[in-house]
Design a protein around this ligand. Structure first.
Ligand code: ZN
Ligand code: FE
Length: 255
């Protein structure tokens, strides 16, 4: 039996906590020390920290949590990540001591060059790579890299629970609907998300099969998305990477 908690942090981040049965668990991307410490002091048993990428809203609490609780940290090899960590790379399997969990590490460059995701116990912690109904901005990677990263995620089991690091679903959804207005699954999902958000509930985790039906960034092979990008750009994109690149640029400019 797995137990998953989304701790809201900063403006729109989630710090994820996952444990198996009654064993201690892992904390993912602690960007807010106050939130993490409050939860841990209230009894949330954390045995290790997993880090997806170096941005401050994902790593700011690492050093404080290490000093206070002596926690091991798993992170991609990037000197911009603070604290002391055990470097993980694509294809690695990790089993944090004290937990009943193991994860496979996937390199998912695009948002940043050293971004990784952790897949384990049917959950994917994907940081700022895949969001519900959207994807991360390309700060350091190319469209080809991000597209390849998203396509790797798309190959995971369809019932995988996608655990992204931000609550961006509603604004992503408005763009998705603008691009893909006749997508019935997307309309259903957006109605559900509106209700969840109005009730103050997180819109994530979300199942991969839902994202495959609704998220335009995973659907660049679909004619509807290709045609929308072609109309927006005024030229027919020649391959899926070009569709993805056009879509990502469109989203960057969308208000
Ligand atoms: Zn980021
Ligand atoms: Fe972030």
């Amino acid at each position: 039996m797995h137990h998953l908690i989304a701790l809201p942090a900063l403006d729109d981040n989630y710090i994820w906590f996952l444990r198996q049965s009654d064993r201690p668990g892992v904390l993912v991307d602690p960007g807010d020390a106050e939130v993490a410490i409050r939860a841990m002091d209230a009894g949330m048993a954390v045995a290790a920290i997993l880090v997806t990428h170096h941005h401050g809203d994902h790593v700011a609490a690492i050093e404080l949590l290490q000093a206070r609780y002596g926690l091991p940290v798993f992170a991609p090899a990037d000197v911009r990540i603070p604290g002391t960590w055990q470097a993980v790379a694509d294809g690695a399997s990790i089993a944090p001591a004290g937990t009943d969990l193991h994860f496979e590490v996937m390199a998912v460059p695009g948002h940043t060059r050293s971004h990784v995701a952790y897949f384990g116990a049917g959950h994917l912690f994907c940081g700022d790579t895949l969001f519900s109904l959207g994807c991360g901005r390309l700060f350091e990677g190319s469209p080809a890299q991000m597209h390849a990263s998203l396509q790797r995620i798309a190959q995971l089991p369809a019932n995988t629970l996608i655990c992204p690091a931000h609550e961006y679903t509603l604004s992503n959804g408005h763009f998705a609907q603008h691009v893909d207005p006749h997508n019935a699954a997307l309309s259903v999902r957006l109605a559900e998300v509106s209700k969840q958000r109005a009730a103050g509930l997180p819109s994530v985790p979300t199942r991969l099969h839902s994202e495959l039906q609704c998220n335009p960034f995973l659907r660049v092979g679909e004619v509807a998305i290709q045609q929308a990008v072609a109309r927006h750009c005024g030229a027919k994109p020649t391959d899926p990477v070009a569709v993805f690149a056009g879509l990502r640029r469109w989203k960057d400019e969308f208000r």
